[in-house]
Ligand binder design. Structure first.
Ligand code: AMP
Length: 491
């Protein structure tokens, strides 16, 4: 079996790898490192969790160990789709340049231009950036890309999803024709194929098996959930989620809950917190400082449950995630593979549990067809013997409230996520670092009423919540005066 010491890596890099505790390269590393060290272009078809980050950072550090950085002319460039992923790549560089003298700068949104400009002015060996932020710097005349000898595109398929391909093409055209390109993507969509045909020259192609389809270390389950009434779907689904979490008991030490929409990320996180769970949201609309703090807390084990959107959690490397919950069936089957790949990392066991509503059944069929197996069904744990377990009152969130402001409207739009779904079929997440956010859901203030320990009957549990109000609306026809509606809230 190949060992890192068999690869022609700089001794200083080898020492740092040994310090990190790695002896044997993963398949993507064993394939990509020798080719990259020979100066060849590399096309790596691999997803996160396969060790792909080290497969480009280790040869880059080795290749860059000779030569010096020049002011405003980075010698290498790593492009990542999200801030989080870029920050993670930067951490990898820190780990493996422990004994090497290389400088790096991280160009991501949410960090001041001034600080980043100062670093670039001094000259950096490695520039790690999100595409939009890189082009911002370039357009301000602060950066020259003509010194780039090695360019890495990480998670190209996600770049495609986020609409970054034109930026990537532009950045390619700003770098020298003679550069070496290391290109990574989990899948080879036709558009990705086109880019690689255009910008890569006779690449060494290394394809590694998808972790989720090959790794049998992730136990997968699904709950086929049918709400008792459409307008109760949200709160009943959150009750199912809580029951699933509870059922895992002590085995759940670090879990990620994925939602398809940012609004749901906020609602689910708020609801869990209100019910006494240690949970926090992460998505592209939150302040960078808040996202960093949340992620750090999660990585360090201070935060138990991270509620996330696909984009925000993409590529996150937290080795100890014990559970992944899919609050929604993802719109793209590939995302299921990415999501559950957050658990069961580095040979550990993991568990992935999904909730599937009747309207998600088509997407669910696509997931099963992609992974090539049937996902075992679990009984709905929130129902005992077909009866729903009464849950504590759910406070209405700001995202749900407007749908109830007018009764006639609330009837038509009982399903709050339909509109978002129509306009953005896959996810409401926009590119994190670059594009202005299409939607900025504001978290509703947590209600002062302490509902956690208050078990109520089904009929009274959602006083002031959607289910109850919808019932009142139906009972009173279309002319319920606003002051009556208000009195329910204030009671
Ligand atoms: P990545 O696919 O780059 O996100 O890496 C996934 C995880 O694998 C990270 O936690 C790495 O630290 C870890 N890793 C990278 N290379 C190796 C290796 N050769 N052996 C074991 N774990 C590794």
């Amino acid at each position: 079996m190949t060992k890192f010491t068999d690869l022609n890596l700089d001794p200083k890099v080898l020492k740092a790898v040994a310090d990190a505790g790695y002896e044997t390269p993963t398949p993507i590393q064993a394939g990509a490192i020798p080719a990259a060290l020979e100066g060849r272009d590399v096309l790596g078809i691999a997803q996160t969790g396969t060790g792909k980050t080290a497969s480009f950072t280790l040869p880059m550090i080795t290749l860059l160990s000779r030569g010096r950085a020049r002011a405003r002319m980075p010698r290498s460039l790593v492009l990542c789709p999200t801030r989080e992923l870029a920050a993670q790549v930067a951490e990898n560089f820190d780990t493996y340049t422990k004994y090497s003298k290389l400088t790096k700068a991280l160009l991501i949104g949410g960090v001041s231009f001034k600080e980043q400009d100062q670093l670039i002015d001094r000259g950096v060996d490695v520039l790690i950036a999100t595409p939009g932020r890189l082009l911002d710097h370039f357009e301000r005349g602060k950066l020259l890309l003509t010194g780039v000898q090695i360019m890495v595109v990480d998670e190209a398929d996600r770049m495609l999803d986020m609409g970054f391909i034109p930026d990537i093409e532009r950045i390619f055209s700003l770098t020298p024709f003679t550069r070496q390109t290391l290109f990574f993507s989990a899948t080879m969509a036709p558009e990705i194929e086109r880019i690689t045909n255009t910008f890569l020259s006779a690449p060494a192609k290394i394809e590694v098996a998808r972790q989720a389809t090959s790794g049998e270390n992730i136990a997968q389950n699904v709950v086929m959930f049918k709400p008792s009434r459409r307008e109760r779907a949200g709160s009943e689904k959150r009750a199912v989620l809580r029951a699933l979490i509870d059922a895992e008991g002590e085995t759940l030490t670090n879990g990620i809950i994925f939602c398809n929409r940012k609004t749901d990320v906020d609602i689910v996180a708020k609801s869990l917190t209100k019910h006494g769970y240690d949970a926090a949201p992460i998505h592209g609309d939150l302040e960078q400082s808040q996202r960093n703090a949340t992620l750090e807390g999660f990585r360090e084990g201070r935060l138990k449950i991270l509620v996330a959107s696909d984009v925000a959690a993409r590529g996150l490397d937290v080795p100890s995630v014990t559970h992944v919950f899919n609050f929604d069936v993802p719109g793209h089957a590939e995302d299921y593979v990415h999501r559950i790949g957050r658990t069961g990392r580095a040979g550990r066991d993991g568990k992935a549990i999904m909730i599937c509503e009747p309207r998600d059944e088509k997407n669910f069929a696509a997931v099963e067809s992609l992974i090539g197996k049937e996902i075992p069904r679990l009984d709905d744990p929130s129902r005992k013997g077909g009866k729903e377990i009464p849950e504590a009152a759910e406070t209405v969130t700001s995202e749900e409230k407007p749908k109830r402001a007018s009764r006639s409207r609330s009837r038509k739009r009982a399903e709050p996520t339909q509109d978002a779904k129509k306009s953005e079929p896959k996810s409401d997440e926009q590119p994190v670092a670059e594009a202005p956010q299409a939607e900025t859901p504001k978290a509703a203030p947590v209600a002062s009423e302490n509902t956690r320990d208050t078990k109520r009957s089904n009929s009274s549990r959602s006083r002031g919540g959607r289910g109850k109000r919808e019932e009142e609306v139906l009972g009173l026809g279309d002319h319920l005066p606003t002051f009556i509606a208000k009195s329910f809230d204030d009671r």
